[in-house]
Design a binder for this molecule. Sequence first.
Ligand code: AVJ
Ligand code: FE
Length: 440
Amino acid sequence: LSDLTEEGLRAFVAEQLDRSRSRTVQLTDAVDTDDLVRQHSKLMSPLVWDYAHIGNQEELWLVRDVGGREPVRQDIDELYDAFMHARADRPTLPLLGPTETKAYVVEVRDKVLDVLDHVKLGGGRELVENAFAFGMIVQHEQQHDETMLATHQLRTGVPVLDAPEPPAGRRLARSEVLVPGGVFEMGTSVEPWALDNERPAHAVRVTPYVIDTAPVSNGDYLRFVVGGGYTDPKWWSEAGWAHVQKASLVAPRFWEQADGNWMRTRLGHRELLPLDEPVMHVCFYEAEAYAAWAGKRLPTEEEWEFAARFDPATGRTRRFPWGDESPGPQHANLGQRHLRPAPIGAYPAGASPLGVEQLIGDVWEWTSSDFKPYPGFRAFPYDEYSLVFFGNDYKMLKGGSFGTDEVVARSTFRNWDYPIRRQIFAGFRCARDPLPSELG
Ligand code: AVJ
Ligand code: FE
């Protein structure tokens, strides 16, 4: 991005805006009007709210702030302010209907393309340096697209989305590796579109640990389920045990038993549980309990990022497990290219130097860390992206899922959610402290 000319940068931005919009249109055109305005779960907004909210954020930042233009629809700002109304209450608001919403987002986008043609990108104005505000809005749309995909998962009825199957899996030579530890640069000060909570880069020392070479699979997780994992408090934290009882959890969300088979429902398809695919739709507490049952623990966010970025041969911190190259289809399952996580071993080209695979894509991975700012954090450009969420309420997720776009899925990207949430495309991998014998 930084080596592009201003014209090249404009073309890149236009292409990214276009890609995110195609995805939004695909996700919303796929369902009928009733499915657009209906609330499929109390946990989610109606799809038509996400759609207009995408346009409203784009209007606020790119039309009004960056472009200095007149508002398109100032009267609706309050309806689409995520902090004014909880998701559960959004269907009761006087929202724009589907036709009005489509017209609104098109009108905003036309103005944004005009702003993009005329605005000076950079020149000391931090908001547009390297087209940052445009990148932020592209990522905002892609993040809401992933949220809309999760709404599709909660929707009942016949499948409406389509995509080719992911590549085949393969058996990994080892199930875990010793990571020798060391000092690396966590976060980033150089990725031009990194969001505020990923900044700044700072040195972090990681002591040696052992990490799984792959995410925990459905087959692995099934052994915990059938082995009585959900009925033995010994594997659960106090908060986890309280939750599993209160919510009557017995298996991951969307799993069920029928005629002696374990089935799962995925975007309208009811299918035999694929044993070799990473487990998903588990909450943090379930991930934590499984890890305890397996004699392991979850990695910290630091350990996860160290495994994804550190190159032991050179001591350098890299952008991705495979190197500095941006993700291609050979590296990782991203961008809704497939509508499911790929089986274990499907991405040998995405392996880290130590042989840790599928860190990027497939499923978000729960870590044991809370959402804390990095040393030197500065909220930019607004407090409500990250700052208001710091504390002990949220757990960190890393790596992105099959529904995360590559413009978002940096190794430094930080996602967070409540430890009870299961509708997101989240799984996990385990880690553990090394045995003295392993340290030699
Ligand atoms: C970073 C995924 C937790 O969806 O709540 C969207 C992203 N922020 N609109 C979310 C976000 C504002 C955020 N997550
Ligand atoms: Fe948003």
